[in-house]
Design a protein around this ligand. Structure first.
Ligand code: G4P
Length: 529
């Protein structure tokens, strides 16, 4: 097949949700439909389970399985589907933000009873900023939950979306009878528990047919007709361009656990979701259909095997085809690299492949060349934008607890930061190192991994910062910037790319600084998003 057609049939997306809304269950059911797995329960949750073991040991367990769930690829009808895994735990939100730079669209899962939750709000706001096409899946319709119209209202208000339903539930919880598929214009009746198998459901195409009254009862049938009339009045008709531009979000209802409404979602998804999208770089917009390969690293997994310093760098191919043993240029290092065993991902297996296409993810074995955000090309000097670091929420000094292992500590910190586990800031004043994380859990993970993977020991000390603000001066030579640098000297640091960062101790201090030095711009992300 022509490489352009191969690219055109790829659908690379992420499923995001607040923990427990049903992301893992939905992923699994999608894989079942794709024939990629044979039974439910095959996809392991990447969730940090509370209770049995301490949290950070759970993270290790999760790290063990997350290589296999990083990319779940399968074929469905004539499409090649790549699902990129996003960690559910909020302490790993930054991992998810980075993964969102590699997806072409997302499905947001919402629990019908809980409605829009905190984590969903954060993740969707990142998708919105990037104009990523979003489909909403309202899950757990087999349980009592909020009214469908109220929920859609909540989605619009809390997530700032503009929705239109493409399916609609008939009843809910105990009275849940099925779903009217607005997209395909038919009805699927819920026929009880189908946890293990994918069940075929009955389809009816004419809403006004008396058969409908017979099937679901006269009262529910007339209610459904009324609701559908209301939908026509209140919500805009589906418009694919508006969806692709992030201006309109279709909504589906279902029950992932019962395999209900999932086929409808998938069938519509492959019809409307975008093929690989053009991506902005620092020099130009790169189109997936261009002949020359470009790609970027959005995730690194290190030291899965403690005996080897093995790292797997996940590269999203932005354009062209990625070929085994062909030299590519690592733009940051200006180095030509060849990969003899690039991995492609299928369901839960990875295999060495000769050719991958734009939209696909390849896993490259790495000996320490890559950092997150690095670009590979066939020689062109460009860097992909849109992999910013977000300001951490927690800050601590890291100290060496074993003077004989200073080198190991340094190497360990360096590599864990390349992997994106946390962010390192080096204070301008005295060169001391401050580690910033999204969640407090990461400190335990870092300590544990430094000891077990690098043989180094560390201790932490509180560093009283509220946010990291990346500094951009209108004119680094002007008096205002000089004064800012002098007065704030104690709070200035550099990140791992050498960018200047102001570690502010309060929201008030950020505001005051901004007011006092208007030509010095402060941002909570390392680049504009
Ligand atoms: P997550 O990845 O978003 O965190 O959620 P996950 O799929 O693990 O689902 C969280 C819980 O919700 C699971 O129950 C799962 O079985 C349940 N669930 C998912 N979809 C549905 C649905 O459509 N209806 C109902 N009633 N429940 C659903 P659990 O008890 O936490 O785990 P498990 O013991 O069942 O694995």
């Amino acid at each position: 097949m022509d490489f352009r057609k191969e690219i055109e049939r790829r659908r690379t997306f992420g499923i995001i949700s607040h923990p427990d809304a049903g992301k893992t269950t939905l992923t699994e059911k999608l894989l079942l439909f794709g024939g990629a797995i044979q039974e439910a329960g095959a996809v392991k949750s990447n969730k940090i389970k509370k209770g049995a073991t301490s949290d950070f040991m759970e993270i290790e367990r999760q790290r063990g399985i997350s290589v296999s769930t990083s990319v779940l690829a399968f074929h469905y009808k004539d499409k090649k589907i790549n699902i990129l895994d996003t960690p559910g735990h909020k302490d790993f939100a930054e991992d998810t933000f980075r993964t969102l730079t590699a997806v072409d669209s997302v499905i947001v899962v919402i629990d019908v009873a809980k409605g829009v939750e905190e984590q969903t709000e954060k993740l969707v706001s990142v998708c919105r900023m990037r104009h990523i096409p979003i489909i909403v899946f309202i899950n757990k319709l087999d349980r009592e939950g909020k009214d469908a119209f109220d929920l859609m209202d909540e989605v619009e208000k809390k997530l700032g979306l503009s929705v239109t339903p493409l399916s609609f539930p008939i009843g809910m919880g105990y009275d849940f009878q099925g779903i009217y598929n607005i997209w395909e214009k038919n009805i699927n009746l819920f026929s009880g528990d189908s946890r293990k198998n994918i069940e075929e459901t009955i389809a009816i195409s004419d809403l006004n047919h008396p058969d409908l009254d017979q099937l679901i009862g006269a009262a529910p049938a007339s209610r459904l007709r009324e609701e559908l009339d209301l939908i026509q009045e209140v919500y805009p008709p589906f418009d694919r361009d508006a969806y692709l531009e992030g201006r309109l979000q279709p909504v589906f209802f279902g029950s992932a656990l019962n395999n209900f409404g999932v086929r409808e979602l998938l069938d519509c998804f492959i019809d409307i979701a975008p093929p690989p999208r053009p991506k902005e770089s620092d020099t130009r917009v790169v189109d997936p259909q261009e002949g020359k390969m470009t790609g970027f690293v959005f995730k690194i997994h290190a030291n899965m095997d403690p005996k080897h310093r093995d790292r797997l760098a996940f590269v999203k191919i932005v354009s062209g085809t990625f070929e085994r043993n062909r030299p590519y240029i690592h733009v940051r290092q200006q180095k030509a690299l060849k990969f003899s065993s690039p991995n492609a991902f299928f369901a839960e297996k990875k295999e060495v492949v000769d050719v991958s296409y734009a939209g696909d993810i390849v896993g490259l074995h790495d000996t320490g060349n890559f950092k997150i955000g690095d670009t590979l090309t066939e020689g062109e000097q460009l860097n992909f934008r849109g992999i910013p670091s977000f300001s951490p929420e927690h800050f601590r000094y890291i100290n060496n607890a074993d003077p004989l292992k200073a080198k190991q500590l340094e190497k360990g910190i360096d590599q864990l930061m390349d992997e994106g586990v946390a962010q390192l800031f080096t204070l301008e004043m005295n060169g001391r190192k401050v580690i910033g994380t999204v969640g407090a859990l990461q400190y335990e993970v870092i300590q544990y991994r430094l000891e077990h993977e690098y043989g180094a020991k560390c201790t932490y000390e509180n560093f009283p910062a509220y946010k990291a603000c990346w500094v951009k001066a209108d004119d680094p030579k002007n008096e205002e910037f000089k004064e800012f640098s002098r007065i704030k000297h104690k709070f200035l640091a550099t990140d791992k790319f050498g960018q200047l960062v102001f570690l502010a101790d309060s929201a008030f201090s950020v505001q005051m600084t901004q007011d006092k030095y208007p030509s010095v711009k402060l941002r909570f992300t390392s680049e504009e998003i």
